[in-house]
Design a protein around this ligand. Structure first.
Ligand code: NAD
Ligand code: ZN
Length: 372
């Protein structure tokens, strides 16, 4: 079994992030190594019920007391209602301070169960077991947890670092192809912002054309060689997040670079009423950000082409949807959470593997880029 162990180290804590194919079958050993011996509270996405049951059986056999619940799939589960249900479930069944919450699912379950773990009894241990590519390379690492408020996404939350993250790439076998592709956008983003070798590896993999012919950027998960190669690539992408979070736990500086492609991406996501997936919007936003960098003269035009080709190879379009109101994007950008003191802070590439943060991008440049 190929596994990569990374370590998040912040000023307050340190924890392992393990990436591998099939590692979930060793969960009990990993928990013991992290000195997590209390009752296990598995919170699973409804699409992972079978995996949750297997996991519960595995932990029970290893001597753990286990409770399991499932959460309805979708963003609407990051709600007060669902959070309350988890609190009721935990309190009614007698959760204790030494227990551990296991979040098994994508970013929705990770954020929701993570916030429950952060707040129940003033905080219990959390283990993230991400089941989407996006959650593996992004959401599960870094300690941001939370739910949505009717007036906006992710407005209620807490930093609560997990004690362990287990990214088992075998879980991706059942992930819908579109969700997988949306995750590739974040993987490619990590290459562009910090790891040119990761970008190269993604290009090489794309060139070998071992994808399912009818479903770009998905692969035959029963091919162990290919799964191994992909697991290594995913581990490299996770390493970028691990590295950035280790340097900037509370998003005071460098962590903003992870928002590459997100300024315009978030605006598109909102304007289209979430018709496109987050990663699909980020791909469009990355293309726009790179073109802004070219317009400012800080980035070679060839980067735009290379990035576009790679995104396309992973099934991602970079075209702004035709029906999108360009001026509404500009209005929304002004309200983006990365706005500091009235200026949008743009994360812009200068080369593959390198970005700068600029707060002085003229509105006219953004307008021109959005106009195509
Ligand atoms: N905390 C953070 O730092 C952070 C970072 C990025 C995103 N997020 C949050 O993450 C959320 C998005 O996460 P996501 O993209 O993982 O989406 P998600 O959790 O909604 O999962 C996507 C879909 O895939 C299904 N699914 C998940 N794993 C599966 C599997 N292995 N097999 C079959 N189906 C599966 C889910 O049921 C869902 O329908 C958003 O709420 C976002 O705000 C948080
Ligand atoms: Zn993102």
């Amino acid at each position: 079994m190929i596994t990569t162990t990374l370590t998040v180290t912040t000023s307050t804590t340190s924890y392992p992030v393990i990436v591998g194919a099939g590692i979930l079958s060793n969960l009990a050993d990993y928990l013991a190594e992290c000195a997590l011996r209390g009752t296990a509270w598995i919170v699973a996405d409804e699409h992972l019920t079978a995996i949750a049951d297997q996991t519960a059986a595995h932990l029970t056999a290893a001597g753990y007391r286990v409770h399991t619940t499932t959460v309805p799939s979708g963003e609407q589960s990051k709600s007060f209602g669902e959070l309350n249900r988890l609190y009721d479930w935990m309190i009614e069944h007698g959760i204790e301070r030494r227990d551990v919450v296991l979040a098994l699912g994508g970013g929705v379950v990770g954020d929701l169960a993570g916030f429950a773990a952060a707040t129940i009894l003033r905080g219990v241990a959390l283990v993230q077991i991400p089941s989407t590519l996006l959650a593996m390379v992004d959401a599960a690492v870094g300690g941001k947890t939370g739910i949505n408020h009717p007036l906006g996404k992710n407005l209620i939350g807490a930093f609560h670092q997990p004690r362990l993250v287990l990214a088992d790439t075998n879980l991706l076998a059942t992930l819908p192809a579109r969700e997988l592709r949306a995750g590739w956008a974040e993987v490619i983003k990590h290459g562009v912002i910090r790891d040119a070798e990761l970008f190269d590896a993604l290009e090489t993999l794309a060139a070998t054309q071992r994808w399912h012919a009818d479903n770009p950027a998905t692969w035959d998960a029963t091919d162990p060689a290919l799964t191994g190669e992909l697991t290594n690539i995913i581990a490299r992408a996770v390493a970028v997040k691990v590295d950035v979070v280790s340097r900037d736990e509370f998003e005071r500086g460098e962590r903003i670079t992870l928002n590459y492609g997100h300024t315009i991406g978030h605006a598109i996501e909102q304007l289209l009423g979430y018709r496109l997936l987050h990663g699909e919007c980020v791909a469009i936003g990355m293309d726009a950000a790179a073109r802004i960098a070219v317009a400012l003269g800080i980035c070679p035009p060839a980067l735009v082409e290379r990035q576009r080709n790679l995104l396309a190879a992973y099934g991602l379009s970079t075209a702004l949807p035709a029906d999108l109101d360009r001026s509404a994007i500009l209005t929304l950008i002004g309200r983006d959470k990365k706005v500091q003191a009235g200026n949008v802070r743009w994360v812009l590439p200068t080369a593959i593997g390198q970005v700068v943060v600029r707060a002085d991008v003229p509105l006219a440049v953004v307008e021109a880029v959005l106009a195509g």
